[in-house]
Ligand binder design. Structure first.
Ligand SMILES: [Zn+2]
Length: 340
């Protein structure tokens, strides 16, 4: 049995329209152990909802302990009047980015509990919020330095061999992707010996493509084509150019109902619970049961390529095979098929 997974990617909002897991009253009642925890929360909230943040007011006591801290939307305030009207300016003015936005988040230290509680949370923005593709351009969400980028780049180029174990390397690589790519999604769980069991991931482009072309989902497993003999599940579809698009991928512990159900559940979690209308598989029984459980209202069909392959293997004679193929792909009635 697999133990509960560790979720390290916090931002999985649907097209920057808001983190639907958190409501405003919940936020107003939150408590934080530290200022850093509060900042991490608001930064994640801002990223998931399509805006950037800046730190402003800071009060602390004589010992240096922070008593109050406030963050505002990065479009808070406005440029000073004298700057806008200065005719002696030598340089071209930078783009006007401040839009008098009032959205903010502030915390204060409770002397009894020594925890920080939320004092003010305002979420009304005076401007259009960024989409999931745009939000990474905000300064507050570009928090990696050059060294971090170089390391991530090297990890990709060297197939992340610098790490002790391949599992740890894979997780570290995906974690670094989550830091550099808005809406990147990854989940994994571990077995009883704390070893990696199942891992699912998809990038922001997959999210976009699934939203556009996710009505038909092909759930395909490749067998023993990697060094670990683990099944690699690919969730794929077809776009408007008849080209294949990958919606997500999972490396699973085994080919059981439990593993397939886990992968499908994570796919749905990553895609805002948008169910496909039809799903195609190779007819595997465990896969079929998992689909029935996760998508009870979805049309489940067996992939035509697998049917055609089985036809060749089990039906004798080219004439019969050809007729059977017509039976699947063309219009042909039962009587005509029986005559063949
Ligand atoms: Zn704002």
């Amino acid at each position: 049995m697999c133990s509960t997974g560790v979720n390290f990617v916090q931002f999985s909002s649907w097209e920057g329209s808001g983190n639907q897991d958190v409501d405003i009253n919940q936020i107003k009642n939150m408590k934080f152990d530290s200022v850093d925890d509060a900042r991490s929360f608001y930064l994640g909230y801002a990223k998931g909802n399509g805006f950037g943040i800046r730190a402003t007011n800071l009060d602390h006591d004589r010992k240096g302990r922070v008593l109050r801290r406030k963050w505002v939307c990065d479009k808070q305030g406005s440029r000073r009047e004298e700057y806008l009207t200065n005719k002696d300016r030598k340089r071209k003015p930078r783009l006007q980015t401040r839009q008098n936005c009032k959205a903010c988040f502030s915390i204060g230290l409770d002397s009894d509990t020594l925890k920080y509680s939320v004092r003010v949370f305002m979420d009304d923005h005076s401007h259009k919020l960024a989409t999931f593709r745009e939000v990474s351009s905000h300064r507050s969400h570009r928090n990696l330095d050059e060294g971090d980028y170089a390391q991530i780049d090297a990890m990709g180029k060297n197939c992340i061999r610098a790490f002790e174990s391949d599992s740890q390397a894979a997780i570290s690589y995906l974690e670094s992707k989550a830091f550099t790519e808005a809406n990147f999604y990854c989940r994994f769980n571990t077995d009883d010996d704390d070893r990696l069991a199942n891992i699912f991931w998809r990038d922001s482009h997959s999210l976009f493509e699934y939203k556009c072309f996710g009505d038909v989902l092909v759930f395909d497993t490749t067998y023993k084509t990697n060094a670990y003999g683990k099944p690699l599940v690919l969730f794929v579809g077809v776009n408007n150019h008849s080209a294949t698009c990958v919606f997500g991928a999972a490396l699973l512990l085994d080919e059981t109902f439990t593993s397939y159900k886990w992968a499908l559940t994570k796919l749905m979690d990553s895609m805002g619970s948008k169910h496909p209308l039809s799903i195609m598989t190779d007819g595997d029984e465990a896969m079929r049961q998992a689909i029935d459980e996760v998508f009870p209202n979805c049309q489940h069909r067996v992939c035509g390529w697998h049917v055609a392959r089985n036809t060749c293997a089990h039906i004798n004679g080219p004439k019969k095979s050809s007729a059977f193929r017509s039976f699947i792909f063309d219009h042909i009635d039962e009587d005509k098929f029986d005559e063949c």
